[in-house]
Design a protein around this ligand. Structure first.
Ligand code: ZN
Length: 107
């Protein structure tokens, strides 16, 4: 006796890089393979694996880079604020100096 069982399954079509056979992997399983970079096999037994960094590693590295850039930006903003204060102080002293010099000439 046979039964019909409705199944809702999303498959990603993969082609073996060695023999070219096409087959389907469940979407979640394929995602886990991309994430873990584990070895797996085509239906003809050829070993396969995704190369590169896992998504988690890429996210970690990008967050680390983002933090470093934020720190760099904060340091640059602090330095710019300090330079702005120095410039304002310099301008004020120059105005005072010019003012005194102007008074001295008029007498
Ligand atoms: Zn193969």
């Amino acid at each position: 006796m046979a039964f019909n069982v409705p199944v809702n399954l999303r498959l990603e079509i993969i082609s073996c890089c060695v023999c070219g056979v096409m087959f389907g992997l469940a979407e979640e399983f394929n995602s886990s393979l991309r994430e873990t970079l584990k070895l797996w096999y085509c239906p003809n037994g050829h070993s396969q694996s995704y190369l590169g960094k896992s998504m988690a590693t890429q996210i970690f590295e990008l967050e680390k880079k983002n933090l470093a850039l934020s720190l760099e930006r904060d340091r640059a903003e602090t330095k710019a604020a300090q330079k702005g204060k120095q410039l304002a102080s310099f301008k004020k002293r120059k105005q005072e100096k010019d003012k005194k010099a102007g008074r001295g000439r008029s007498k």
